[in-house]
Design a protein around this ligand. Sequence first.
Ligand SMILES: [Zn+2]
Length: 285
Amino acid sequence: MKIIVSAGVGALGLIALGVSSGGVGSAERVGSAGGVEPATDEVLAAALVQDTPVVQRAQEPRPQQRRRWRYRNRYPGPIPTPEEWQPPDGPVRIGLQVGHWRAHEAPRELRRLRGNGGNWNGTAEWEVNLEIVRRTGAMLEELGYVVDILPAVVPPGYRAHLFLAIHADASNDRNARGYRVAAPSRDATGRASGFVDLLRRTYGSATGLRRLPDTTRRMRNYYAFNFRRYEHALHPMTIAAIIETGFLTNAADRELIIGQPDRVARGIVDAITEFPITPPPGRFE
Ligand SMILES: [Zn+2]
């Protein structure tokens, strides 16, 4: 599994940490040590600097600068239509995003991500998400897929055959429980809802959890889907979905998403293998 950490755009490009078989272990090290490696810190600091406007005229009033930054279209190219959709070259690539992981590294455009994420009794949501992603990734690799593990910030224009953001819900109401799956509200590929329908079914049968019929606006308008607004967003041709695997704040859900992560992973893997666009690579070779 490849762990991809985006450090801004331009010359900095991407940094890959903990590549290949040792990836899982090193991901843990990076994620749970509370800090990051010095080199990464430096690059990220540079990325943040780079993210601020390069040209600044002293005479210009500040509010105007801010407005221009905020409303600039981050994807000025033509948005492809579903008919123009083409899978990326190469083997079937699945991007699994660990919700909130390394969110403290978010660049300025996503600075609001830095402090959020659910929590239960000292367990951060990202830790639960990471465990699920590790197991899902391992199962997919066994089937021959290429798997990218992505933190909260995705590389600019990230391309894969399929991207899935993995989260867990939290609520003040301890009885709130269940999972939900959503597609982007604007889906240029026209294929996300097909995957979402599959995942709703396979996740329910693998876990026995209850599906919540509603999805939230925050899910449908998830920042990583919003290539117009953010540089660090998916390429419009990456089929994408988001799952809230269950409630960290509910005992029964927790028993499953923390206690039986393999069932959670199975529910996700089953949808990916059934999805016609992402069949197991071994199947037709
Ligand atoms: Zn979350």
